[in-house]
Design a protein around this ligand. Structure first.
Ligand SMILES: Cc1cc2nc3c(=O)[nH]c(=O)nc-3n(C[C@H](O)[C@H](O)[C@H](O)COP(=O)(O)OP(=O)(O)OC[C@H]3O[C@@H](n4cnc5c(N)ncnc54)[C@H](O)[C@@H]3O)c2cc1C
Ligand code: SF4
Ligand code: SF4
Length: 415
C-alpha cells in the first residue's frame, strides 16, 4: 500500500475503541498493529524499557520504580527562556538543535490548530525556525503517529519525535518495524488530559474571558497560572479551582487509568514536576545524554531538591478518589479554611522530587480505583507490576484475577 500524504493521513477516520487516545496508529496503513502497540491493550513496559534503555527499571533504585529507568535527574532551565514556551522551552530547543546540526531530517510534533490555539495538530517540521510555532502546551489528543508513514514517504530516515507517553509507547512498540535509520525521542510527562472541547468548558469556569486565556499551567507550587492576551497574569490555588463543577466524564477513562506519567520510554523526559519552579529533566539513556549535550551552556543544570512527606496528601487523594468513583460528592473543605490550607500547602506540602513521587503515586492509585470500578477485566493486562508496588503502601493490593504478574517477595517495598 502506498503511503498517504500528510493531509490524507490526518483525514482518515480513527478506529472506534473504548480506550484509545487516537495516537494515530489506527489511521495508518496497518491499523491492526494497535493490538501490539497500544498502552491500553496489553502493554509490556519491562520488555520495552529493556529494548530502549538496555535494561528495565531497577526495583532496588527506589526512584526508578516511580520515574522509570534513568541515568541522571536534573533541575533545569534555559538561560534565555524562549517566548511562548510552556516553561523555558527546553523541549523545542533540543529539537531545533537536532535540525540545526543536521542530526535529523525532520521533527514530528504538534502545532496549534489555526482556529483554536488549544487544539493540537500533528506536524512534520524540517526547518528549525518553524519549531517556534510548536512551543507551548495544548490540551487534547491528536494522531501524531499517523504522520510516520508520510515522513518515510518524504524520504526522512532520521527523525525526532516529541510526544506524550501514550504516543511514545506505541512508537517504541513499533520502532523496529518502522525502518528509521535514527530515531530520537523527546518525551514530556502527561496527566489529566481531556478533549479540547472539555478543556474549553474548564476555561469558561475559570474566567469571564475564556477566549483570551493564552497560557495555563498546573504549577508545582499548588497554583494554576493563567496568562491572558492583554499581558495579565493570574494564579489560582488548586483548592479554589472549580473541580466539583466539572462533569463526571470530564477526564476520560484513558487518562484516569494511564500508567505512564513520566514517559519512561523517551530518551529524555522534559517536565516540571520535580523542578521546584524550574524544569525537570530525566536523562534515560546515552541518546538522551546526547540530546542534552546539544544545548551546551544554553541550559543551566542543578541537582533536584526534595522536601516534605507525601504519604498524607496521597492518602487524602485516595479517600477522595474512592468517594468520587463511588458516585459520592468530594469531601469539601469549609470555605474559611481554604485560604489557610492554600497558604500552607506550598510551604509544608511535598516539594521537588517528593512532589513528583506524590503525583506518580496518586496516578497509580487512580488507575487501580477507576479500572476496578469501570473495567475490572482489563486490570490484569493493563496494570504493570511496578504500579502495584507503588500503591501497596496505601493498602491497595491486587485481588483475585486482577494481576498475572505478582511481585516477587524478594523485591523491597518502595518507601
Ligand atoms: C496534556 C499535558 C499534560 C501535562 N502534564 C504535565 C505534568 O503533570 N507534569 C509535568 O511535569 N509536565 C506535564 N506536561 C508537560 C509540560 O506541560 C511541558 O510541556 C514540559 O514541561 C515541556 O516544557 P517546555 O517549555 O520545555 O516545552 P516547549 O518547548 O514549550 O514545547 C512543548 C512541546 O509539547 C508539545 N505538545 C504540546 N501540547 C501537546 C499535546 N496535547 N500532545 C502532544 N504534544 C504536545 C508541543 O508540540 C511542543 O513540542 C504536560 C503536557 C501535556 C501536553
Ligand atoms: S494504539 Fe493508538 S490508535 Fe490504536 S487503540 Fe491505542 S491509542 Fe488508539
Ligand atoms: S494522561 Fe496518559 S493517556 Fe491521557 S493523554 Fe496523557 S499520556 Fe495519554
Amino acid at each position: 500500500m502506498t503511503a498517504p500524504s500528510t493531509a490524507d493521513a490526518l483525514a482518515r477516520p480513527a478506529a472506534a475503541r473504548d480506550l484509545c487516545t487516537d495516537c494515530g496508529i489506527s489511521r495508518s496503513n496497518d491499523p491492526g498493529r494497535c493490538g501490539r502497540a497500544c498502552q491500553f491493550i496489553k502493554p509490556d513496559y519491562a520488555k520495552l524499557e529493556a529494548q530502549v534503555h538496555g535494561r528495565a527499571r531497577d526495583p532496588l533504585k527506589a526512584d526508578e520504580t516511580f520515574f522509570g529507568p534513568h541515568q541522571q535527574i536534573y533541575r533545569a532551565a534555559l538561560a534565555k527562556p524562549l517566548p511562548d514556551a510552556q516553561w523555558t522551552g527546553i523541549t523545542t530547543r533540543i529539537a531545533e538543535r537536532l535540525l540545526e546540526t543536521g542530526a535529523v531530517d525532520a521533527v514530528l510534533t504538534m502545532t496549534a490548530d489555526p482556529n483554536d490555539r488549544w487544539r493540537p495538530v500533528p506536524v512534520l517540521v524540517t526547518k528549525a525556525a518553524d519549531l517556534a510555532a510548536c512551543r507551548g502546551m495544548r490540551m487534547g489528543y491528536a494522531p501524531l503517529l499517523a504522520l510516520l508513514e508520510p515522513a518515510r514517504a518524504a524520504g526522512h530516515t532520521r527523525l525526532a519525535v516529541i510526544g506524550i507517553p501514550c504516543q511514545i509507547y506505541a512508537l517504541r512498540a513499533l520502532e523496529a518495524e518502522l525502518g528509521f535509520e535514527k530515531l530520537y525521542v523527546i518525551g514530556t510527562p502527561c496527566s489529566d488530559n481531556t478533549t479540547t472541547e472539555n478543556f474549553h468548558g474548564f476555561l469558561k469556569l475559570l474566567s469571564a474571558q475564556p477566549d483570551s486565556i493564552r497560557y495555563l499551567e498546573f504549577r508545582a507550587d499548588y497554583h494554576v497560572e493563567l496568562r491572558f492576551d492583554d499581558g495579565r497574569q493570574q494564579t489560582i490555588p488548586f483548592l479554589q479551582l472549580p473541580i466539583s463543577k466539572l462533569p463526571r466524564d470530564f477526564f476520560p477513562l484513558t487518562c484516569r487509568t494511564c500508567v505512564d506519567y513520566t514517559n519512561v520510554l523517551a530518551d529524555i523526559t522534559v517536565g516540571y514536576m520535580g523542578g521546584e519552579g524550574e524544569q525537570w529533566l530525566l536523562v534515560r539513556n546515552d541518546r538522551g545524554a546526547e540530546l542534552l549535550a546539544l544545548l551546551g551552556d544554553e541550559v543551566r543544570l542543578s541537582a533536584p531538591g526534595s522536601r516534605g512527606k507525601r504519604a498524607g496528601p496521597v492518602k487524602g487523594f485516595l479517600a477522595n478518589t474512592e468517594r468520587a468513583a463511588g458516585g459520592l460528592p468530594l469531601r469539601r473543605m469549609p470555605e474559611w479554611l481554604k485560604p489557610i490550607v492554600g497558604w500552607l500547602m506550598p510551604r509544608v506540602g511535598p516539594r521537588g522530587l517528593e512532589f513528583a513521587r506524590a503525583r506518580v503515586e496518586m496516578k497509580a492509585v487512580e488507575t487501580v480505583i477507576h479500572l476496578r470500578r469501570e473495567q475490572p477485566r482489563r486490570m490484569k493486562s493493563m496494570i504493570p507490576k511496578h504500579v502495584w508496588r507503588l500503591v501497596d503502601a496505601y493498602g491497595l493490593k491486587p485481588g483475585e484475577g486482577e494481576t498475572n504478574q505478582h511481585g516477587s517477595p524478594a523485591e523491597p517495598k518502595v518507601g
